[in-house]
Design a protein. Structure first.
Length: 377
């Protein structure tokens, strides 16, 4: 055993030495490969070699090889030592390894990260059409309407005068496009282990926006049920499983009310009773958990709930994205029309002022008219 490995007499927490930041796509690939490999009976050495052959992050491969193969750490310790994945996933992997439930745990984590990456790609691609409308409608049209039409029409070569307008518009659109591209790239590659990301997610889920963030709230319920089921199946007590699931759900409402459930369990009450008292989850979920406890099939019911709410969150997300796309279209169209009307109004006002200056003013009558000539007799 290596210096970082734990024995039954050594229960000290693993010290995190370095951070290994992975985005959602990389985390999904890592978890899926470990889940499939362990389910097939592969050893850690072969799985790490497969990661290397598939072009996975070199830093991840070298650190896993150093920790597991050279120092003899357990897999959960290696993930904790080098900060792989997010803290909740690392805790679940550590517990699942002790109970021999790693393949299932890794597969579920792979699905979770893949789904989150898919949602981010969907949101990013939904912004492409509004960007095109903005670029064509606002930038190009604004530059055209801001030109001097009198000089343009009097010119003998109209195309030559329009060329600088299109060049300027192309430069502006290119700069704006580069900014949007890099912002989208940063958004798609946010690390899974990022404190600011969790804070923003908590604020987003906690906002009273029943239509806009409904998908995130439903998904937090699905994550809670999934982690509770996996934690119990991995050998954790219900009390500890609730803490881990509440942390993974990252929902302020659930985190605030789970201690009520834990106190009820400490007093000898059932899980469903504590959930009824806390109102931390929807009534449908609590009733389903109650049925699972009565029938002795709690884990199965939690798994069914997680699948059901996953599907519901996916449907809600698609509806939200469709509404978001239509809303963005309308905002861009209205903004472009208003901007063009204002530009056209300024242009017409300028033309009226120029015309008024060039009109010939009538001569005022003389103040002292000359006397009439004397009449001759």
């Amino acid at each position: 055993m290596g210096p970082h490995s734990s024995t039954p007499s050594d229960n000290a927490p693993v010290v995190r030495e370095r951070s290994t930041y992975l985005n959602d796509s990389q985390a999904a690939t890592l978890c899926t490969l470990f889940g499939d490999g362990l389910e097939s009976g592969m050893g850690y050495a072969r799985i790490i070699d497969m990661l290397e052959r598939q072009g996975h992050e070199r830093k991840v491969v070298s650190r896993l090889r150093e920790s597991i193969l050279q120092d003899g750490d357990m897999l959960g310790e290696a993930f904790a030592r080098f900060g792989l994945l997010d803290p909740t996933a690392r805790k679940l992997i550590y517990v699942a390894e002790q109970q021999g439930k790693l393949p299932t745990t890794f597969k579920q984590l792979g699905k979770f990260y893949a789904k989150r990456h898919r949602h981010k790609k969907r949101l990013t691609s939904a912004c492409v059409e509004p960007f095109i409308l903005f670029a064509l409608g606002f930038v190009l049209a604004r530059n055209i309407f801001s030109t001097d039409f009198d000089a343009l029409t009097e010119s003998s070569n109209v195309i030559a005068n329009l060329k600088p307008i299109f060049i300027q518009s192309s430069i502006e659109v290119g700069i704006f496009g580069c900014i949007c591209f890099f912002l989208g790239l940063i958004y798609l590659n946010l690390p899974v282990d990022m404190a600011m990301r969790n804070v923003i997610h908590r604020l987003w889920v906690g906002l009273p926006l029943p239509v806009i963030n409904e998908s995130a709230k439903i998904n937090s319920v699905a994550v809670f049920c999934r982690y509770t089921e996996q934690s119990i199946a991995s050998g954790l007590t219900v009390h500890r499983a609730l803490s881990l699931a509440a942390e993974a759900a990252n929902n302020p409402k659930i985190e605030r009310r789970i201690p009520i459930v834990q106190r009820a369990i400490e007093n000898g009450e059932r899980l469903s009773t504590g959930l009824y008292e806390s109102k931390a989850l929807p009534q449908e979920v609590v009733e389903y958990i109650d049925v699972g406890e009565e029938s002795g099939r709690l884990e199965e019911r939690l798994r069914d709930l997680a699948d059901r709410y996953d599907a519901r969150a996916e449907e809600t997300f698609e509806r939200t994205m469709t509404g978001f796309l239509y809303t963005m279209r309308m905002i861009v169209v209205v903004t472009v029309v208003i901007a063009l009307l204002l530009t056209l109004s300024d242009l017409l006002t300028g033309i009226d002022m120029d015309t008024g200056e060039t009109q010939r003013q009538p001569e005022p009558p003389p103040e002292n008219p000359p006397p009439p000539p004397p009449s001759s007799r």
